[in-house]
Ligand binder design. Structure first.
Ligand code: SAM
Ligand code: SF4
Length: 426
């Protein structure tokens, strides 16, 4: 979502005379679009600000801190980093031109932390999006308040965009070359957007509608919450719509009912298994990924075993896993039973080695098979091109002709943990 927001900021500032530069040292304006989800991400912002202060003494660019760290820390940022001119939250960056005007008038410590999702989406048209695979935010914010998570405080309450606005943006992206669209939302599965006739439409309905656009070849969506995965429409669209890729990111966080309850996830491990089974029934070749947190307060060896057991039971194609990071202001940061760092590290290593084993196993089933790959960018070496499989694996081929933006059949001949290697078959 931060990538999408950054593209929107670029589009917004373009008519005001700003172009993206790779020559950072000569930039007039530096925007750090920040993430507050874990302490490490959030602290990185201050080390970047320190580097900017030291390296750009001569050029003195205008410095903006945008995103969730801006929302969470507000004016504190000006105190910790004196070179910051503007602090702007993730729901108010559409005001950047006005805020930059204030800096021009020598106003100090310019700040905007308002929550006005509607304005943000209405005011910015994607100008520069030459990407064949594009993101499209359809829902933002979160009302679920998992006890470890800062998102409800930094992104605000759940908000779904209107169907005509989403459709218009999809057409725009496609007219600029997008062949794949990934629908984004903190809780994309709780999307319900108003249509022209004021009817409320679900995610499944939206996917069906978008899939009718001829030039659009692939649709994905991320991130879903298990609790919301109850709409029959969504299961059916997975079974019936070939443009919807056979892959689902469905964060489980933990395999222990005790920890899930303490996290306020509002579902059990059995419920998670039921959803997985149901998706497999409707779309047998579907691949699953998840997020896991290890070392959540109160997590015992037995609770961690339950997480390993859930992973064994499901069999994931790829996953993200993190050590629990206490976030200021969240309920979990002050409950008893904080797990020592050493234990968190050991558990993370154990979990990740199991997840890697599963990822390799998942990849191995494609050895010798021919699959559709959408090519997206050049690889590291001459003539190498990298694309994505339907299951979101990276696929590497060699080609002397330009195939970026095209979907080609590829015969897979080699399997790695993070990629498949093959040859384009004609
Ligand atoms: N909305 C999604 C859901 O409900 O699963 C997740 C969105 S969150 C931005 C991405 C992931 O960051 C979460 O799934 C969780 O695994 C991880 N995360 C969030 N807060 C965390 C924390 N305090 N410590 C470690 N990981 C965290
Ligand atoms: Fe955070 Fe996701 Fe829970 Fe919302 S549902 S609080 S975004 S982890």
């Amino acid at each position: 979502m931060n990538v999408y927001d950054s593209l929107k900021m670029e589009s917004l500032l373009n008519p005001h005379g700003f172009n993206l530069t790779l020559d950072e040292k000569n930039a007039d304006l530096i925007i750090l679009n920040t993430c507050h989800i874990r302490e490490k991400a959030s602290e990185k912002v201050y080390s970047e600000l320190g580097k900017i202060r030291l390296n750009y003494l001569a050029t003195k660019p205008t410095v903006v801190v945008a995103g969730c760290v801006a929302q969470a820390e507000g004016e504190q940022i000006f105190k910790r980093a004196k070179n910051v001119d503007i602090v702007v939250g993730p729901q108010s960056y559409h005001n950047l031109p006005k805020l930059l005007e204030k800096v021009k008038r020598n106003e100090k410590w310019v700040i905007d932390l308002n929550f006005d999702e509607k304005n943000k989406f209405d005011n910015i048209e994607m100008l520069n999006n030459p990407k064949h695979s594009s993101f499209l935010t359809i829902q933002e914010g979160c009302d679920k308040f998992c006890h470890f998570c800062c998102v409800p405080y930094t992104r605000g309450k759940e908000y779904s965009r209107k169907i005509p606005d989403i459709y218009r943006e999809a057409i725009q992206l496609i007219s600029k070359g997008a062949k794949e669209i990934t629908l984004l939302g903190q809780n994309v599965s709780s999307f319900y957007g108003y249509d022209q006739d004021n009817a409320l439409r679900s995610l499944g309905w939206l996917i069906k509608k978008l899939s009718k656009i001829n030039e659009l070849e692939r649709i994905r969506y991320i991130t879903s919450h298990p609790k919301d995965m109850i709409s029959e429409e969504l299961f059916i669209v997975h079974a019936e719509e070939a443009k919807l890729m056979p892959f689902l990111h469905l964060p489980a966080q933990s395999g222990s009912d005790k920890i899930l309850k303490s996290m306020n996830r509002n579902h059990t491990r059995d419920f998670y298994f039921q959803i997985i089974e149901k998706f497999r029934k409707y779309r047998p070749d579907i691949g699953f990924s998840s997020d896991f947190i290890v070392g959540y307060p109160g997590e015992s060896d037995k609770d961690f075993e339950d997480t390993l057991n859930l992973v064994e039971h499901v069999g994931f194609s790829q996953c993200f896993s993190f050590k629990y990071s206490p976030r200021p202001g969240t309920p979990a940061s002050i409950i008893e039973g904080q797990v020592p760092e050493q234990v968190k590290s050991e558990r993370l290593m154990t979990l990740q080695s199991l997840l890697k084993k599963q990822q390799l196993q998942f990849n191995e089933q494609f050895n010798g098979k021919t699959i559709n790959v959408m090519f997206q960018k050049p690889g590291k070496y001459k003539n190498q091109v990298i694309g994505k499989s339907p299951h979101l694996q990276s696929v590497i081929v060699e080609s002397n002709v330009d195939i970026i933006g095209e979907i080609k059949k590829v015969k897979i001949s080699k399997i790695n943990l993070n990629s498949l290697v093959g040859k384009v078959s004609n």
